[in-house]
Structure formats: C-alpha cells, structure tokens
Write a protein that binds this ligand. Structure first.
Ligand code: PCP
Length: 385
C-alpha cells in the first residue's frame, strides 16, 4: 500500500545500492574473501553545526544482530565532532557489504533529527520544546523521526504512534480546523475543557480569527484558572514584528492578573527563532525544522584489510579510538591501542567507542529513550550553538 520497505527486506539486505551486490558477486566469483574493518564518520556537518548527536544505534543493532560481524560504536546520544569515527564495523566483506546502505541511512537521518532537536532545546533552555513535525514526512517514518527528536532533547511528541514507541503521552490540544468547525474560539475552549481528560493541560489556540491579544484575553476569561497556556501559530503573513505581538499578549494578560498563563508558539520555529522569542515564550512546537533536518553526511570507509592499515585517498587508515575528557569534554582521536594520557585540564580521558555487537551477538543493553535523552541533555551543558 505504502511505498516503504518492509522490515524483512531491510534485514535481508534488499534495501541496498546494487553496486554493493555486484561487488559481492565479483568477489565470490573470484574467490576473494577478505576480513576488513571500516569506520563511519562525517567529515563535515550541515549548516555550520559545531557538533552532532549520534542517533540510530538501536536500529543498527537490530539490523546487524545475527550477522557475522563485530561492531564497536559510541553510545546512542553521544555528542561527537566532525572526522571522529562513531562506529567501526568489521567482518568478511562479502558477509556485510550490502548493509552499508541501510547502515548509513539509519545513522544519517536519525542523527540529523536528533542534532536539530538538541540545538532547539539548547536554544530554549528550560522552556519546553515539542516535536510537531510528523505531518511533514512520510507517516511510515513518523515514529523514527519523533523518537529521535525526543532523544535529541524534545520534551514530548505529538503523534500517537511515536509517543507509544517512546513510552510518553502525546502532546497536543486543538487545531484551527476544530475552532472553524465548532464556529467560535470561546465555544471551542469551553468544549475542550468539558470533554477532554483534565490531566491534559489546557492550551488555547488564539490566532484563528482575530488579534492574538484579544483572543488570549477571551481564552483567559473563558477558562480562568483551568487555562495553562495560549498557543500562537500565527501565519507568516500576519507575523510582522512578532516579538512586539508577544509583548502585547504578555502585557495584557499580566495586567489582568493572568500571569500564570504561559505563551506557547508554533509554526516556522527553529533554534534561531527560539533565541529571538525566548523573551516572552514559555514553550515551542517545532515541526519542519526538526523532522526535515539536514542529514549528518556519514560515510563508511574501509581502514584495514586483513589487519593491515589501508584507506582510500582522503581517509586516515588504521583502527582508532576516540577519547573525551570527563572534565572539559576535550576530545582526541588516536590510533587504537595508543594511550591518551591525561587531558591538558588534568581530567581523565574516557574512550567513546565500545563493543556493540560481537559475532552477531548484541553486547550492550539498549537504553530507554528517556535515558538517552538525559545523556544528551547532560552533555549539552558542555556545548554551545
Ligand atoms: C501547524 C501545526 C504544527 C505546526 C504548524 C508546525 O500549523 O500547528 O504544529 O509548524 P512547522 O512545521 O512550521 O514547524 P497549522 O497546520 O496551521 O495548524 P493546526 O493543525 O494546528 O491548525
């Protein structure tokens, strides 16, 4: 029905670029079967990002479990730099060659989404950031998109299937369509408050018909203490000096004692808009800029053939380890087996690449999305936009 590959085709290596299959055919025909080792790394990041968040490792583990390979990799959620190997895959080349396509696909998109989410969360600080972007992408991958938006730092996701995948409650209250269908904002706010589970925070959408400040006051007068926030999803054609609009909404609410009512923004939001609107906004719904985030342009390159260091032009040969200072987060990449010594700050250097799969057997407990998210948020304290 839908133009997506079923799990079994991904797992069997059918979702691969044909030149990998032709390579295997030739090697088998010529009886050439070498033990090779290769690494996944990105030489540059999109949009001048200074760092990225590694995501997609859980799915990579699912792809390679029961394959005759060994994989070492950074933990999912690790913040890494350009040129740093994030995963090392070794085995008999003909056993795994066709899986290079799904391997990179799983890491490139997930890491782009998780990084954009982390950048938005870093910009928002304590303010909530919710993933509202399932509608911008093919529904078959909505759970993947929102799972990685969540582990990257989003505080919640909107799509029901995605929320189930990560074990969270879906976020969202009312759409413009509901208000237009019921007829008035006031009737809609009342109906929402009468019908919807009281545990769902009441967020009133205030940009459907009139000026946001008057609709916000209408919402406050209608729901009083039951109102948690007003949402402005103002169309671009009406935004003008949007910070001034937010200032007015905040002023008019506070003037009448509605200081407790929060301001929630959505529509065209990214980390730069968040920095601009933080003066008045308390939470953000981010869609396109996270779900349509640029990919992290990972490549997989062989670095050893039968134990001998060898790499193509432009790549550093031989196996490596990436060490990060547990104190100042300085990171170095050195040949595998070399000693990193102490960091210049006196801190100790901790290796980031560890065993994930050994002879097709999973050697790592997969953390919950909440644990990965907390790991990302902890690291973010050491990074800036
Ligand atoms: C959309 C919806 C999403 C927002 C925009 C994501 O607004 O509210 O949350 O926007 P982004 O992709 O630009 O970040 P509408 O389609 O106008 O809203 P609604 O369905 O709420 O009526």
């Amino acid at each position: 029905m839908f133009h997506v590959a079923p799990n079994e085709d991904i797992k069997s290596g059918k979702v691969t670029d044909v030149y990998f299959l032709r390579g295997v055919e030739i090697l088998k025909a010529k009886g050439i079967d070498r033990w090779v080792k290769g690494e996944v790394r990105a030489s540059v990041f999109p949009d001048d990002w200074g760092w990225a968040v590694l995501a997609g490792i859980e799915e990579v583990a699912a792809l390679f479990s029961d394959k005759k390979v060994n994989i070492t990799a950074m933990l999912e959620g690790t913040i890494f730099g350009a040129e740093q190997p994030v995963l090392v895959l070794e085995g008999k080349y003909t056993d795994f060659a066709v899986f290079e396509t799904p391997l990179l696909g799983l890491l490139c998109q997930a890491s782009g989404i998780a990084t954009k989410a982390a950048r938005c969360k870093l910009a928002a600080g304590e303010r909530k950031v919710y993933s509202f972007g399932a509608r911008r992408m093919h529904p078959a991958i909505a759970p993947m998109i929102e799972r990685n938006a969540f582990i990257g730092g989003c505080d919640g996701v909107a799509a029901i299937e995605s929320a189930e995948l990560i074990g969270e409650s879906p976020i969202g209250t009312m759409s413009h369509a509901l208000i237009l269908t019921i007829g008035t904002e006031e009737e809609t706010f009342r109906a929402f408050d009468e019908v919807i589970d009281p545990a769902v925070k009441r967020v009133a959408l205030v940009d459907t018909y009139n000026d946001e400040k008057f609709a916000a006051l209408k919402a406050a007068e209608t729901l009083g203490k039951n109102l948690f926030a007003v949402r402005l999803d103002t169309p671009r054609s009406r935004r003008g000096d949007f910070v001034k609009v937010l200032e007015e909404v905040r002023w008019e609410l506070d003037l009448r004692g509605y200081n407790y009512i929060k301001i929630f923004l959505s529509g065209g939001i990214d980390e730069n808009k968040i920095l601009e609107y933080n003066i008045y906004a308390d939470a953000y719904g981010v869609g396109t800029s996270i779900s349509n985030a640029p990919v992290v342009d990972f490549s997989y390159d062989l670095i050893e053939i039968e134990g001998e260091a060898l790499a193509k032009r432009g790549k550093l040969s031989g196996a490596k380890q990436v060490y990060r200072c547990t104190n100042c987060f300085t990171t170095i990449t050195i040949p595998e087996g070399s000693k990193p010594g102490k960091c210049k700050c006196g801190g100790s250097m901790s290796p980031l690449l560890s065993q994930l799969i050994k002879d097709g057997e999973l050697k790592r407990k997969m953390p919950k999305p909440q644990e990965i998210r907390n790991y990302v948020l902890d690291q973010l304290n050491h990074y800036s936009l």
